[in-house]
Design a protein around this ligand. Structure first.
Ligand SMILES: Cc1cc2nc3c(=O)[nH]c(=O)nc-3n(C[C@H](O)[C@H](O)[C@H](O)COP(=O)(O)OP(=O)(O)OC[C@H]3O[C@@H](n4cnc5c(N)ncnc54)[C@H](O)[C@@H]3O)c2cc1C
Length: 430
């Protein structure tokens, strides 16, 4: 039996890893449109630097998946999170609510009083904004959570559902008082410690999986898939003009791309068109001096700084050190929006302005752009219609016998651990 997997990112590679154990499958063929596998877990190599599409770190509450990912690495660096929120020129340690004493007095009072006397506490939270107000009060919401989330999602949080946030713990009164009185309490402890490949960037995880694939598996890159059709109980795929037959198909390509090669009914097409996602610009920048301390990621809620996050790559270990400081800058956008319309030159200007504003360089001449790339599919947006849209889409593809998997294939905000967990689950139910 031949299994074809569309797309060659982590979900496809990890699916092949589990599926190869099945005796009823003789051949697993992965078709990837780029010149190499890895998808969002590819690491970019430029001018001697290696960096990811957004800083990827290895952490998980799912111990089995975490140890499987770490098993794929020859060597790893174990690190402790040191992330800051840059608020009005000050560093507030992440998560914001745990380090309130760093705020200017007026903002501190605003956050604490509205947490202790929170009129929204009694309501049901039906959207992300309501969740923030109910859980943290108006002060923390308006000072940090709302502006930062608006910046990363480019979406009003009152039009997003609570799937992303409903597991965020509500701080107790005592915790907020401790945070306000100057005690920095570590929060979100499941990601306080993380690992990162000693060499090769996050792609090393994917390469590790690839090394463990047996003779049944084949990865074909540079595949332009133009059509997928169901013919009885089998499937016909046309890729680079060649007809490939399959007994089973799993799609890990964005569901929007799948609908371009597989004829779907108008109603399903409508649901697919209504799905919301963000794209991302990744700029890799070097500065003359290291002015950001022993920290990794910095979140920027301020509206007039174009990037929402800047991360110092040197933090990740010896093989990523630049001699001064090298940063990865992230800017989200959506097709057709204002940011999308900016040329690389204008983007560089705006990014450099932001870097000067946060004090990571003293002069524009001290900032050197190494590379700038755009990636269409980066973040699934849990807008208010996401669940309903996906229910219809999943039901339809299930009827077609096509298994959806992966972050954009199944259209869920999944990290690497969840992607691999779902690949394992799908390998045995097929
Ligand atoms: C900015 C950012 C930061 C992240 N940070 C972390 C982190 O710190 N930790 C963590 O665990 N996870 C992180 N993730 C999530 C992680 O990247 C994803 O969970 C994972 O890479 C998803 O793998 P996938 O195979 O599902 O999707 P993808 O990697 O998107 O793979 C899909 C593949 O399909 C291919 N494809 C698309 N269209 C076609 C077509 N028509 N024909 C053939 N092939 C096609 C693509 O080229 C791609 O290779 C982050 C993601 C982003 C965007």
């Amino acid at each position: 039996m031949r299994q074809v997997i569309l797309g060659g990112g982590l979900s496809a590679i990890s699916s092949a890893y589990f599926l190869q154990e099945r005796d009823d499958i003789d051949e697993i063929l992965i078709l990837e449109k780029e010149d190499a596998p890895g998808g969002l877990c590819r690491s970019i190599k430029k001018d001697g630097y290696t960096y990811d599409i957004g800083p990827h770190i290895l952490f998980s509450k799912d111990k089995e998946m975490l140890s499987l990912m770490l098993e794929m690495l020859d060597e790893k660096n174990d690190l402790r999170r040191s992330n800051q929120i840059i608020y009005k020129g000050r560093y507030v340690q992440y998560p914001f609510e745990n380090d309130l004493s760093k705020l200017p007095k007026e903002d501190l009072d605003y956050c604490v009083t509205n947490f202790l006397h929170n009129p929204y506490e009694i309501y049901r939270a039906d959207n992300m904004l309501q969740f923030f107000l109910k859980t943290f009060g108006e002060g923390i919401t308006n000072t940090y959570l709302r502006p930062y989330n608006e910046k990363i999602w480019k979406y009003d949080p009152s039009f997003m559902d609570t799937q992303m946030v409903d597991r965020i713990p509500k701080p107790t009164h005592e915790e907020i008082m401790r945070s306000a009185s100057g005690e920095t309490v570590d929060g979100y402890v499941h990601q306080l410690y993380f690992s990162y490949p000693s060499e090769g960037g996050i792609e090393a995880v994917v390469q590790g999986f690839i090394k463990k694939l047996n003779k049944k598996c084949r990865i074909k890159c540079d595949q332009a898939i133009t059509s997928l059709k169901k013919n009885g109980s089998r499937y016909e795929i046309v890729s680079n003009g060649e007809l490939i037959e399959a007994d089973r198909v799993m799609s890990t390509i964005p569901v929007q791309e799948l609908s371009e090669i597989y004829a779907v009914p108008k109603e399903i097409q409508g649901h697919i068109e209504n799905l919301r996602y963000n794209s991302i610009i990744i700029a890799f920048v070097k500065t003359k001096e290291d002015l950001s301390g022993d920290n990794f990621a910095f979140m920027n809620p301020e509206k007039d700084i174009i990037f929402h996050r800047i991360s110092k790559m040197d933090f990740l270990g010896e093989k990523y050190q630049s001699g001064s400081a090298a940063y990865m800058v992230e800017v989200t956008y959506r097709r057709g929006d204002y940011t999308d319309s900016l040329s690389d030159e204008v983007l560089k200007e705006k990014i450099a302005d932001g870097i000067l504003r946060i004090g990571f360089a003293e002069n524009k001449e001290d900032i050197e752009f190494v590379n700038i790339t755009r990636h269409q599919y980066a973040y699934v947006i849990y807008d208010l219609n996401h669940k309903d849209n996906m229910e219809h889409i999943r039901k339809y593809f299930k009827e077609q016998g096509i298994v959806l998997n992966g972050r954009f294939g199944n259209f869920e905000y999944w990290n690497m651990d969840r992607v691999i967990r779902e690949s394992k689950g799908r390998a045995y139910i097929l």
